[in-house]
Design a protein around this ligand. Structure first.
Ligand code: MG
Length: 385
């Protein structure tokens, strides 16, 4: 056993990651019970990092704050327009000495292990920069103008992060970078500056979360299991005089309105109860008592968001929602697409995770007599076991 070496870490979490789909950027999403970013912070902390900087989007301070709270030695800095500028912002914020190894890591690779870190630190004893790399296993094909050819995978490796170099070496290499283009890789910057690069063993677990389906794979690799929970909700409100009605977060012009203490959006109320039911957390009346004047006329978005935040706080996520509106009028179909989009936007879900349906009761019952409108909903969530 060699004595643990002092090192610093920069986690780059400033990207938008558009391939991951709609919703929050991937570094803030939950993975097996905690935010993606938190996994890397905990891995570096467990390995004895002396100082850590997380480079975040300039407007993400409030989002990052709860993840970094109570972690001495960690702080955030705003990122730049490119990964290279973000890394340099991180370097500038470090207080460690010029010869301290710095590990630059992508937040989107959450499953960092102690061995990855110790391998990199050991490699810096004889190299200017080091990175984990995996041999390419798949046969590769190059496609040019519709023509395709096999490319030999011999000698090809996939570069991963963290990438390590001593602070001053990395800073000067970035300062002297002259292209072409923007560097996407820290080792490449040191290499272009004449540095010697070492490869350490890569790991499938260092996979980069890029597409929505990568989260399911990472959950498996994280070794945590999730349990599915289902909940259902029902709500009804009475029709009264008015000119518009709120349904599933969308306002529809109509010759009546629904009467209620809040905005009487029965669709959102049923969905809120479905989520609370899946969590075993009572019903909407427990959380937002109708006797409380502060909810008078409230936009029901608030209720649904509260229930969704409770799922997130539990380390869980919504898998899908399905709501059925039951009324003779207004016609729901022309507004269904807008309702789905509104719900998806409100909850940071993909459109196919949200369903809005409608039916009449063919003139029967209180909905059929147009005394009121009813809504029922189911929600499927998963939470850490
Ligand atoms: Mg209600």
């Amino acid at each position: 056993m060699t004595q643990a070496m002092t090192f610093a870490a920069i986690i780059v979490a400033a990207g938008a990651g558009t391939r991951i789909g709609s919703g929050p950027a991937k570094q803030w999403r939950m993975l097996a019970g905690k935010p993606v970013l938190q996994w890397s912070i905990e891995a570096f902390t467990a390995a004895g990092v002396a100082e850590g900087v997380v480079v975040i989007p300039a407007d993400a301070g409030a989002t990052a704050q709860p993840i970094l709270a109570g972690r001495p030695g960690w702080r955030t800095v705003p990122g730049g327009a490119t990964r290279a500028l973000s890394v340099q912002a991180g370097l500038a914020a470090l207080g460690v000495s010029a010869d301290t190894p710095v590990l630059v890591h992508d937040a989107a690779r959450p499953l960092l292990k102690p061995a990855h870190i110790s391998d990199l630190l050991a490699a810096l004893e004889s190299a200017d920069a080091a990175l984990p790399a995996l041999a390419v296993a798949d046969t590769l094909r190059r496609v040019t103008d519709g023509a395709t050819e096999t490319v030999s995978r011999e000698c090809l490796w996939r570069a991963q992060t963290p990438q390590a170099a001593r602070r001053a070496r990395l800073e000067s290499a970035y300062a002297r970078w002259s292209g072409p283009g923007e560097p996407t890789d820290d080792a490449a910057v040191v290499e272009a500056d004449g540095g010697r690069i070492a490869l350490t063993p890569g790991d499938a677990a260092l996979m980069k979360l890029t597409y929505p389906e990568d989260f399911a794979m990472a959950e498996l690799l994280a070794g945590k299991t999730m349990t599915m929970r289902i909940g259902q909700g029902f709500d009804a409100h009475r029709w009264g005089p008015g000119e518009a009605v709120w349904l599933c977060g969308v306002q529809i012009a109509h010759d009546q309105t629904l009467i209620g203490h809040s905005d009487a959006d029965a669709g959102l109320h049923a969905l809120t109860d479905a989520l609370l039911g899946a969590l075993g957390e009572g019903d909407i009346g427990d959380h937002f008592p109708p006797t409380d004047p502060q909810w008078k006329g409230a936009a029901s978005d608030l209720f649904l968001k509260h229930a969704a935040d409770m799922v997130t706080a539990r380390g869980g996520r919504i898998l899908n929602l399905d709501v059925t509106l039951i009324c003779e009028r207004p016609k729901i179909k022309p507004h269904r697409a807008a309702m789905r989009q509104r719900l998806a936007d409100l909850l940071g879900l993909a459109l196919d995770q949200v369903s809005v349906k409608a039916t009449t009761t063919e003139g029967m019952g209180f909905t059929g007599r147009q005394e009121g409108l009813a809504a029922q909903a189911v929600a499927l969530i998963e939470v850490p076991t």
